[in-house]
Design a protein around this ligand. Structure first.
Ligand code: NOJ
Length: 566
């Protein structure tokens, strides 16, 4: 039993949370101003997206100094004030560790590019072939790997006369983890922050650290060409285990590992390496369509239930989430904007009642939706722009209007519009033009309005946080899926035996039922539930708190209920 299993995390994307100094960009003092709000949610920990010095090409995931705070966000003193303010309220702070790559403006890279002896091997440099092309000499990359943002994962550097690897933007060169000096540097950085009082790290794309020395070509059919070589690469468990032993374990720090393409089997191995919480992606990729590798298809609930069930049974501890700064807004994607409140509550019910640790992404607790972008000029995310550019060139289309729906469905900017605090112009986020457009629904969807409404998504989140804190069965209980083939409802039981496994052991049981769609599905529970549903613990439609004698149910659109089972 540990704190991070029992905790609820709140994720803050600092750029879009609250602007204290009127430059249209969120900042650390802005978060300090809202610490009582965060405390009021009842959450136990904050995961803060990167606030380190950075050219902000990938909004902080391109770090140019791991031990300094980015100017727009404030100073180290501001950060210390935030840490104290959170700790004063018993809220832990988890920072983001971006260790697969740095910015190309980091001094390590600048020196590596200059072939400075000490830094020469800090990054992954390789010679490529040269060919004579129409426009003179062309540099052919060392292999066919692709960047997650589209295009080759290699960039030729004329100064050094070699290509460097970048699995993300070309301004995010990959560090060379096979160099022990690089590993020492990262341990030092982590240690430095933990000494300052940080409680743990969310580790960015941490399963991509190890690349095979011979850098073989990847299958051209793959969704991400090269990934079979760099996802869970040859020495990954050695590196992750070493980080754990040298950096995290001495401080008893929590680690939350972001790992694309993670399977439950690999997750178990990472857990053996010392990782605490894994972030699976499988449930977020069921709507991946074929067309230009973007996300387009409807989610099949039966398949989604299978995915969740597989992870529930795996020997690891997962982060439970429907949204974060890289994903569209959950209500728009998995729920229904027509039933905004109902579907936001339904999704939250699932997150808070599965086995794992719920992560709430800022704005989710008020049911924020995708804003709808009208042109590429409104898009701020380099990842979206790069991917769209590459995909459009591949299939030979031009113009935003031809990709409007798909971009609006998928872009990460959906999650990055400013937090909606009130109905003032600027939604209480900033008095200036924000760095990214506001969702036009802010006059109705905002914290102030939600606070005054008992039926709001926000009030419901408060109930869920309490339910989670008060019922160990929701944290530690076993999971059993019911009605696995029902296409519209997700029903499962959580049960926790107390007092050992003897016959007289007391068992705490809860039954969760949610309607994932806008219909009114009927279903019956197995006969064994006859007369056992004792009390309604949480109900999104405010069902009376009384026993339900029947086993026949009909749920309203997106309705969610949690019963205590006798
Ligand atoms: C995952 C982060 O969440 C995302 O925002 C970033 O672009 C990539 N890793 C690269 O750091």
């Amino acid at each position: 039993m540990t704190w991070w299993k029992e905790a609820v995390f709140y994720q803050i994307y600092p750029r879009s949370f609250n602007d204290s100094d009127g430059d249209g960009v969120g900042d650390i003092q802005g978060i300090v101003e809202k610490v009582d709000y965060i405390d009021g949610l009842g959450v136990d920990a904050v995961w803060l997206n990167p606030v380190y010095e950075s050219p902000q090409v990938d909004y902080g995931y391109d770090v140019s100094d791991y031990q300094a705070i980015h100017d727009e966000y404030g100073t180290m003193e501001d950060w210390e004030e935030l840490l104290d303010a959170l700790h004063d309220r018993d809220i832990r702070l988890v920072m983001d560790l971006v260790a697969n790559h740095t910015s190309d403006e980091h001094t390590w890279f600048l020196r590596s590019r200059d072939s400075d002896e000490e830094y020469e091997d800090y990054y992954i440099w390789r010679e490529g072939e040269e060919t004579e092309g129409e426009e003179g000499v062309e540099h052919v990359p060392p292999n066919n790997w692709e960047s997650a943002f589209g295009g080759s994962a290699w960039k030729y550097d004329a100064g050094r006369g070699e290509h460097y690897l970048h699995l993300f933007h070309e301004k995010q060169p990959d560090l060379n983890w096979s160099n022990p000096d690089v590993r020492d540097e990262v341990v030092e950085v982590v240690d430095w922050w933990l000494e300052k009082g940080v409680d743990g790290f969310r580790m960015d794309v941490i399963n991509l650290l190890s690349k095979p020395d011979d850098l073989p070509d990847g299958s051209p059919e793959s969704d991400w060409v090269g990934s079979e070589h760099f996802v869970d690469g040859p020495k990954i468990h050695e590196y992750v285990g070493e980080l754990h032993e040298r950096a995290f374990e001495p401080h008893d720090a929590v680690t939350v590992a972001e790992m694309p393409d993670l399977t439950p089997d690999e997750a178990e191995r990472y857990t053996d390496d010392g990782v605490d919480i894994v972030i699976p992606f499988e449930h977020m990729e069921l709507d991946r369509g074929d067309a230009v590798d973007w996300y387009t298809t409807d989610v099949d609930l039966v398949e989604l239930k299978q995915v969740f069930s597989r992870w529930q049974e795996a020997d690891c501890w997962t982060c439970l989430y429907w949204s974060n700064h890289d994903q569209p807004r959950a209500v728009s994607r998995f729920g229904d904007e027509e039933y905004r409140v109902e579907s936001a509550k339904m999704l939250a019910t699932v997150s808070f009642t599965l086995r794992g640790t719920p992560f709430v992404y800022q704005g989710e607790e008020i049911g924020m939706t995708n804003p709808g972008f009208e042109s590429f000029d409104e898009i701020r995310d380099t990842g979206t722009l790069e991917r769209a550019k590459t995909a459009m060139a591949d299939i030979g289309i031009k113009g935003f209007e031809n990709v409007r729906d798909i971009v609006n469905y998928w872009t990460r900017d959906n999650a990055r519009t400013p937090m909606q605090w009130n109905s003032d112009e600027g939604a209480g986020f900033s008095e200036e033009e924000p760095w990214i457009k506001l969702n036009s629904d802010y006059e109705n969807v905002n914290v102030e309005a939600a606070r005054e409404d008992d039926g709001s998504v926000l009030s419901y989140y408060r109930e869920l946080v309490d339910a989670r804190h008060e019922n160990p069965v929701l944290v530690y209980g076993d999971y059993e899926l019911l009605l696995e083939d029902h296409p519209e409802v997700y029903v499962y039981e959580r049960s926790l035996s107390e007092g050992g496994d003897e016959e007289d052991a007391e068992s705490d049981r809860m039954l969760v039922m949610v309607n994932f769609f806008d219909g009114e599905p009927r279903f019956s529970l197995p006969d064994s539930y006859d007369g056992t549903l004792d009390e309604v613990v949480v109900s999104s439609y405010g069902v009376a708190d009384e026993a339900d004698a029947s086993t026949e149910f009909e749920l309203r659109p997106y309705e969610a209920r949690v019963y205590r089972v006798r």
